[in-house]
Design a protein around this ligand. Structure first.
Ligand code: SAH
Ligand code: SF4
Ligand code: F3S
Length: 472
């Protein structure tokens, strides 16, 4: 394993030379990087940091893997099927690797961190394994591969936040961007692999966050999503402790940049979301009235086994606080796990009744997938049969569909401020954007364009989309 190294300018120059190779026609060309991301927004955001690091080191990017010199998969380990997807994808690259043996195949992210050297043993095509805190080391790792070795760095850091790196925006619509504000997770939800793959929680310097948001605004971006596994525990202090910033204060700093810049954030943990955060949301029009508040279960015994550190009553208290401070209109979404160890039929019903209470706008719903090494895998038997998990999950999904439609119907007849993200997928004559509550809104184009804020009167809806017309 290598330690984290900071490159000097001289090192960088040397690497720059190394990265330029000569093709068959004798022409020099920069090595090309192809990167694919799996999993959560944090991983997509990390891929933008990786691209920035590699561009600084002389790499060009390509969207075609067959013309790449380096292929990177930024992987997710959250559920068994997320890992299976990556393994299947790696198989697709075998023919290319046979044809071009010098192509470097690297795996990054959470699955890389979880499997470590096992990845190199199990998937022969893989040359490089790099964990989420090792991305500055990638140029060195590629050098090791050039020298004929496999290379790995899965060192987890206590302070790496990549604060000084300006991400290269990938697949960007030029309007909305992710800004990472913290890394890691100190919660130990018993089902979850993230604390093992992303390490200890650390918060990024607020000055670098505000600077990045300002730059995005200057480039024409109109919305930032502040990202972290648990944004409410954001906590930063200057070295001499003279300046301290919590999440509500960070939100305020970003909100004050410009009323034209909209702010979202994800993910909030129910144990930490404070009234101070809710009042800050209320105070600033440009902080979107939308909260992703994963519940995981509606039953207190199951929540205890999950080590979520709150119970049903606490969760409901937080929902009531959101409704009383931010009103009926605030969008709320959830994550829910069906069929956690020992969950009874009645306990599953508690999840459905919690959903009835909240009437979520949206949800991300999963069947429990045991992850090796997690506290749940060590302590509890994964005893709910697959077909029962599936059935419970389907009941949760069906109820969510119903609530999504109801919540969208509630939005009909009202005017929504929509930030235009681009042309609608179904017609060139329509634009598509999102309202405050993160709902997709489609409306006739007229003279409007990407990046505009448009007031749209919603006239009809499906469970997924609001459809309306601009009110001028
Ligand atoms: N930090 C966020 C969640 C990150 S993981 C939070 O605490 O809410 C995203 C979601 O994946 C989780 O909220 C959970 O619903 C789901 N998840 C995590 N581990 C899982 C597992 N082992 N099986 C099924 N779903 C899981
Ligand atoms: Fe996983 Fe819990 Fe941390 Fe979320 S808060 S990443 S579910 S351990
Ligand atoms: Fe997956 Fe890692 Fe995100 S496990 S969900 S990519 S933090």
């Amino acid at each position: 394993m290598r330690s984290l190294e900071i490159l000097t300018d001289e090192d960088k120059e040397a690497l720059e030379v190394a990265r330029i190779s000569v093709d068959e026609t004798g022409k020099e060309h920069k090595r090309k990087l192809y990167i694919e991301s799996y999993g959560c927004q944090m991983n997509f955001s990390d891929s933008e940091i990786v691209t920035s690091i590699l561009q600084e080191n002389g790499y060009a990017t390509t969207s075609q893997y067959d013309e790449a010199d380096v292929i990177l998969l930024n992987t997710c380990a959250i559920r068994e099927n997320a890992e299976q997807k990556v393994r299947n994808r790696l198989k697709n690259f075998i023919p290319l690797k046979k044809k071009k043996p010098n192509v470097v195949v690297g795996v990054l992210g959470c699955m890389a961190e979880r499997l470590k050297t096992k990845f190199l043993e199990e998937e022969k095509i893989v040359d490089v394994v790099a964990g989420p805190d090792a991305y500055r080391d990638l140029p060195n790792l590629f050098n090791e591969v050039d020298e004929g070795q496999k290379a790995i760095n899965v060192f987890l850091s206590r302070d790496e936040t990549y604060a000084d790196i300006t991400p290269v925006r990938l697949n960007s619509n030029g309007v909305t961007a992710f800004v990472s504000i913290m890394r890691g997770c100190d919660n130990m939800c018993s089902f979850c692999v993230v604390p093992f793959t992303r390490g200890r929680e650390r918060s990024r310097d607020p000055h670098s966050i505000v600077k990045e948001c300002r730059e995005l605004l200057a480039q024409g971006y109109r919305e930032v999503t502040l990202l972290g596994q648990n944004v409410d525990s954001y906590k930063w202090a200057s070295e001499d402790e003279s300046e301290k910033v919590n999440f509500a204060q960070l939100l305020e700093k970003v909100a004050l940049i410009d009323p034209l810049l909209r702010i979202r954030f994800s993910t909030s943990h129910p144990k930490d979301i404070t009234d101070e955060v809710l009042y800050t949301m209320k105070k600033y029009e440009n902080i979107c009235k939308y909260i992703h508040l994963p519940a995981q279960s509606g039953n207190s015994r199951v929540l205890k086994l999950m080590n979520r550190t709150y119970d049903r009553e606490w969760y409901i208290n937080r929902i009531d606080a959101i409704r009383s401070i931010l009103g009926e209109g605030c969008g709320i979404s959830h994550d829910m796990i069906a069929g956690f160890c020992t969950e009874t039929e009645e306990e599953h019903q508690d999840t459905l009744s919690l959903m009835e209470y909240v009437k979520y706008d949206y949800g991300y719903m999963f069947a429990y997938s045991e992850r090796p090494g997690t506290p749940a895998a060590k302590k509890y038997e994964d005893d709910i049969p697959e077909e029962v998990k599936k059935r419970r999950l389907n009941e949760i999904i069906a109820l969510q569909q119903k609530h999504s439609l109801e919540r969208n119907q509630w939005a009909v007849g009202r005017v929504h401020k929509v930030l235009v993200e681009g042309t609608s997928k179904r017609s060139e004559d329509f634009l598509q954007g999102r309202n405050d509550q993160n709902k997709v809104v489609v409306f006739p184009k007229l003279h409007f364009t990407k990046g505009d804020y448009v007031n749209v009167l919603v006239k009809e809806c499906t469970a997924a989309t609001l459809i309306g017309e601009a009110v001028i």
